[in-house]
Design a protein around this ligand. Structure first.
Ligand SMILES: [Zn+2]
Length: 369
């Protein structure tokens, strides 16, 4: 009897796991017909075809506003499944090799990097590794992870480093039981805003709560803190965590008077959120981010019902009568969404240069030498 697609995939998963060690150095190239077997950190024929289509639209130079550099050994126990299945050490060269399979390596001109935040990881080790990494290369800058328990003196010292331009707070460090429901003040206490304000620093913010940017508490806090600390450059990661598009789209009119907020496109896989940002703020406030290593995850994040969901190979309809479907990498889905947004909004080549490069250079105050 012919095995069902799910039985087939179950057996194939074992083979795929054995192949993961090979992903250490090079993204593994897998023939198109085998794509049902493959996981994260691989590169298939389907990926290659989509990458080719996306590259044709990219401007010549890219500055990545959102990417993580890290060592798995600093990420705590258990190590997140995505990073555990990839290279143990992710430095700039590993980043370039893997992300370069999607975008081409040459266009990757610069980046703003930060550690990969986890609840049980070693924050100091991650930050110190990051600082070391961002001293190499020209258009390379970094953010350090800050938690409510961080020492303000130590954080001030980090910001005195010429290549450290701000902070990456994260909800998992909030001192509340369910951190997905944390209030902004729970994981970004006011002293962090004060310090960032004194340095004109970036805060890269991944907001939480079911309503994300539409949550009244989040909106009140963003308005209050951005209004009080006008030197802070607040980057709302993942388009304000606009994975459920209406959350961002409905909230934008209530934030449009704030002059110090920006949005990155990291891991946003549908065009509507990005289009609403461009429509409300113009192309000057949207910045491309890969969210590497999330870019290497074989998945697409979509608005579903009242929330969002990550559609990955194990969530594809496996009924034998369902159409064959080969998920691609989140980094490619996200570039495809930007491409579609640009097309539907009639963006000009200069707008794309801004979104992919110049907005970041200006935000970070980098002059080309
Ligand atoms: Zn990220």
């Amino acid at each position: 009897m012919k095995p069902s697609r799910r039985q087939f995939m179950g057996a194939a998963a074992l083979g795929a796991a054995a192949n993961l060690a090979k992903a250490e150095v090079e993204p593994q190239t897998v023939p198109m017909e085998d794509t049902e077997q493959v996981g994260d950190w691989t590169f298939t024929g389907v990926d290659a075809a989509i990458a080719e289509e996306v590259r044709a639209f990219l401007p010549p130079k890219l500055f990545d506003i959102h990417a993580h550099l890290y060592r798995n050994r600093d990420l705590g126990d258990p190590c997140p499944a995505l990073t555990a299945s990839g290279p143990a050490i992710v430095d700039q060269s590993v980043y370039r090799t893997h992300l370069g399979a999607l975008t081409g390596e040459n266009p990757l001109a610069g980046g703003l990097y930060f550690p990969y935040p986890t609840k049980t990881g070693d924050v100091d080790a991650g930050n110190n590794y990051l600082v070391e990494q961002v001293t190499q290369g020209d258009l390379v800058r970094g953010l350090v992870i800050v938690t409510p328990k961080s020492s303000p003196e130590k954080m001030n010292e980090y910001l005195n480093h010429p290549r450290i331009l701000g902070f990456k707070p994260y909800h998992t460090y909030a001192g509340v039981p369910r951190t997905f429901d944390a209030a902004l003040d729970d994981y970004v206490p006011e002293w962090i805003w004060q310090l960032a304000d004194e340095h004109g620093a970036v805060i890269m913010l991944h907001i939480v709560r079911t309503g994300a940017l539409s949550d009244p508490g989040n909106q009140e806090a963003i308005r209050r803190l951005c209004g009080r600390y006008t030197n802070v450059k607040l980057v709302l990661a993942h388009a304000g965590r606009g994975f459920h598009a209406p959350n961002t789209i409905n909230a934008l009119p209530r934030l449009m008077d704030l002059e110090n907020i920006y949005f990155d496109s990291a891991a946003v896989c549908e065009p509507d959120t990005l289009m609403a940002i461009v429509k409300t703020f113009g192309p000057g406030r949207l910045l491309w981010g890969s969210d590497f290593p999330v870019s290497q995850q074989r998945a697409k994040c979509v608005t579903v019902g009242d929330s969002f969901s990550w559609i990955c190979p194990r969530r594809i309809d496996v009924d034998p009568s369902a159409p064959a479907c080969h998920p691609t990498l989140a980094g490619l889905e996200s570039l495809r969404a930007l491409k579609l947004a640009a097309y539907l909004m009639d963006l000009k080549p200069q707008d794309l240069e801004d979104i992919f490069y110049k907005n970041a250079m200006q935000l970070l105050g980098i002059r080309e030498s």
